[in-house]
Design a protein around this ligand. Structure first.
Ligand code: GUN
Ligand code: ZN
Length: 357
């Protein structure tokens, strides 16, 4: 996939830089690690630094010194997940400003305008998100509203004339395959006005097999010539299953957040380096890993002793986890190109769950 800030190979995992900048790493470090697409949140950037500064800077790329591709989420999901006071109306998402407490409305049109000011290479429609555990008429209402809001986002995107920015639709419909199919059908009708399709409203605590069924249903019916993005997915095992089902892109705070708690990801499963058994372990996190932390042979014991006090420790694990996800997806791409994905999955899962540990 080639965008205004260069190529990004698919399938890919996108690290999340909520507030511009990955927590603990500079844009330069991210670039050096080989990452070519990260995610920012419209909601957070709109609050700080705000649209005026972003417009003056010429967009979030310049603001944060990021030269590769950028995706912004539209804001609705963050509003709903961060504040229980958010109220969804047909006009938009009504919330209390965290600064002034004033009621503030985020409409689909405004979300697109803000995302234009941010200047991300991929922008997301404003969607009406309900938790995947919600049942009843609210799920259908949110699904239809997401379709109507997609039309408003498409109209605004066309009005503002920013063709280098790629608008993605977001399929909703909860865990109901009938509603998902209706949403899919409606959104695929708009396929010429969007550059890709996301699958939203999942990974909120539902059973794995239900989650996979929804991904399978969506991925199977989405057009082959546009990228498919499963939102909020980041466990290695989920990424591999999603890719097997036809997903091209995913994002999640998990790898970077868990790093700050001292959990390093490996092909033998996550290592919780806060456990006492690592207090005298002088091995690197993973001797076969090419990340700067493992190459310098930073010891597991160093991480054990310093994770709670020294911020550089969290940075070291964050670098490792970002490289772990990137290498995993790189190996997935190689296996697919060589037509060896089933064998890759077999060997990955054997190692990941080895010895029942
Ligand atoms: N992030 C994780 N899930 C979702 C979703 O359903 N919609 C949006 N906009 N962002 C998400
Ligand atoms: Zn490493």
């Amino acid at each position: 996939m080639v965008m205004a800030h260069g190529p990004t190979l698919l399938p890919t995992f996108m690290p999340v830089a909520t507030q511009a900048a990955i927590k603990g790493l500079t844009s330069q470090q991210m670039e050096d690690l080989g990452v070519t697409l990260i995610l920012n949140n419209t909601y957070h950037l709109n609050l700080r630094p705000g649209i005026k500064i972003l417009r003056e800077a010429g967009g979030a790329h310049k603001f944060q010194g990021w030269r590769k591709n950028l995706l912004t989420d539209s804001g609705g999901f963050q509003l709903v997940s961060l504040s229980k006071f958010t109220k969804i109306t047909e006009e938009g998402a009504l919330f209390a400003s965290p600064f002034t407490g004033e009621p503030t409305l985020l409409t689909p049109e405004e979300s697109i305008s803000i995302q234009h000011a941010i200047g991300a290479d991929i922008i997301m429609q404003l969607d009406d998100v309900v938790s995947s555990l919600t049942t009843g008429p609210r799920v259908e209402e949110a699904m239809w509203r997401s379709v109507r809001w997609l039309d408003r986002c498409i109209a605004q995107h066309k009005r503002e004339g920013r063709p280098e920015q790629n608008l993605f639709a977001i399929i909703q419909g909860g865990l109901d395959s009938g509603l998902r199919e209706i949403c899919l059908e409606e959104m695929v009708k708009r396929k010429d006005s969007v550059s890709g399709f996301a699958i939203g409203g999942l990974s909120g605590g539902e059973a794995k097999d239900t989650f996979w069924k929804m991904i399978a249903l969506c991925a199977e019916k989405l057009p082959d010539d546009k990228p498919r993005y499963s939102m909020g997915i980041g466990f290695a095992e989920d990424l591999l299953v999603c890719v097997a089902l036809g997903v091209d892109m995913a994002d999640c705070v998990f790898p970077t957040r868990t790093a700050r708690f001292g959990v390093a990801l490996t092909r033998q499963g996550p290592l919780n380096l806060r456990l006492n058994k690592y207090s005298q372990d002088l091995d690197p996190i993973d001797k076969d890993c090419a990340c700067p932390t493992c190459r310098s042979e930073t010891s597991r014991a160093f991480i054990y002793h310093n994770i709670g006090t020294e911020t550089a420790t969290a940075h070291a694990v964050t670098q490792h986890n970002i490289v772990f996800q990137a290498k995993l997806m790189g190996d997935v791409r190689d296996a697919i190109m060589k037509d060896e994905y089933p064998a890759f999955l077999k060997s990955f899962f054997k190692g990941y769950y080895a010895n029942g540990k």
